[in-house]
Ligand binder design. Sequence first.
Ligand code: ADP
Length: 246
Amino acid sequence: LSRRVPEPPGEDEIAQLARTANETLDRLERAVARQRQFASDASHELRTPIAGLRANLEDASMHPDDTDLERTITSALRDTDRLESIVTDLLLLARIGTGGSTAQEPIDLAELADAELRRRGSDLAVHTRLASGVVVRGVRMQLVRLLGNLLDNAERYAGGKVEIEVAGLDGHARLTITDDGAGIPVEDRERVFERFTRLDTARSRSAGGTGLGLAIAREIAQAHGGSLRIEDHPRGARFALSLPLA
Ligand code: ADP
């Protein structure tokens, strides 16, 4: 891939064509490098629970009468859960935006948020300001997942106190989720959307995080023609989702 078209001097059509070809090659090369990095990160993430699982199984097979067998099994099941979450998230990430059988429908954001909060029960102390009639076109399951990932994080990294707001604004639907935690430093606000980025690895893992939640959430927002970013807020973290109105 690293071969380049020789760029003749001047500004004629040939020179421009050569430059465009090289820029395209550069972009492709960067994309391939990102994919390679992703594959390597994913393998690394899968390796940890696999190693745990192996250790537990070896332990159990060497000391089958051990009274700790129950603990060994519990730990092996935890590693299995972890493997399952990572693989599920990886598959989801690969599918978003590829079309397929993902039917779009009109979705009222206030209703969606309300339904999701009800479904989740009362782990979160939620304050809502949901304007009605803010309707977008989207894949319901994906938007539920996006919202769910942000709520999971509010539970994991904050006190669980959350404010959710839905509003229509300049032809866009805007949904914000604000929590009461430590927030996210300005210099990390883009990085946290990258796959497997964690600011606090131990906490994220022990809370069941795969490090893919925000990457998935942003991918879903973009597949819907919108955006997801972190906004300044005096306290805690504020995630703002913007989607085109239906
Ligand atoms: P994870 O599975 O680790 O939660 P995410 O992609 O959802 O992965 O989040 C990436 C990282 O961003 C987290 O590990 C955490 O360090 C940070 N983060 C996400 N949401 C919040 C939040 N509401 N408050 C503070 N930090 C957060």
